[in-house]
Ligand binder design. Structure first.
Ligand SMILES: Cc1cc2nc3c(=O)[nH]c(=O)nc-3n(C[C@H](O)[C@H](O)[C@H](O)COP(=O)(O)O)c2cc1C
Length: 142
């Protein structure tokens, strides 16, 4: 099993409506390919973790990298894992606006978290915590 993380910049003018469309397609396609993961969105940044078979994740990454709804795609990390972190999520999602300042302070001194500076392990840890918060309020549709 492979777990991969990247961050990118939304294309200019990307709206929450478009992000919802991305998520709708992503959840269907990911279920078909046994891919799970989580995505964080802030006005200036997407951060996404993808997990699944190496081939499936690679094929998905190719599609994502060719998607012009974002740019400056930066791979943060990729590693073999025994177990999924986001097994309940075909693609979980949280907007940073829903993340409390207190939670962010655990990951940065100022609370002004620069997501692009986190390493793969810290990103996965942060997103796993956020997924738990999200689980109670925004369950993934089964
Ligand atoms: C930030 C971002 C994240 C995405 N995440 C996924 C994903 O997890 N799964 C997925 O199938 N498509 C995802 N997409 C959409 C793909 O780029 C692509 O549009 C979609 O898979 C449909 O591909 P197709 O038109 O070649 O069939 C994402 C797009 C963006 C911009």
């Amino acid at each position: 099993m492979t777990q991969l993380s990247y961050f990118s910049r939304p294309a200019d003018g990307t709206t929450l409506v478009e992000i919802n469309e991305i998520l709708g397609v992503a959840r269907v396609r990911n279920r078909e390919a046994s891919i799970t993961g989580f995505m964080l969105y802030r006005h200036d940044c997407f951060v996404q973790v993808l997990e699944g078979g190496r081939e499936q994740v690679s094929r998905l990454l190719e599609r994502i990298m060719a998607d012009d709804r974002h740019r400056e795609i930066n791979l943060v990390g990729c590693e073999d894992v025994e177990r999924r972190t986001f097994s309940n999520w075909s693609m979980g999602f949280l907007s940073m606006r829903e993340v409390s300042r207190r939670k962010l302070l655990e990951y940065s001194d100022t609370g002004d978290l620069d997501l692009a500076r986190l390493d793969h392990g810290s990103l996965v840890e942060l997103m796993a915590e956020l997924a738990e918060l999200a689980e109670s309020s925004l369950p993934d549709s089964e």
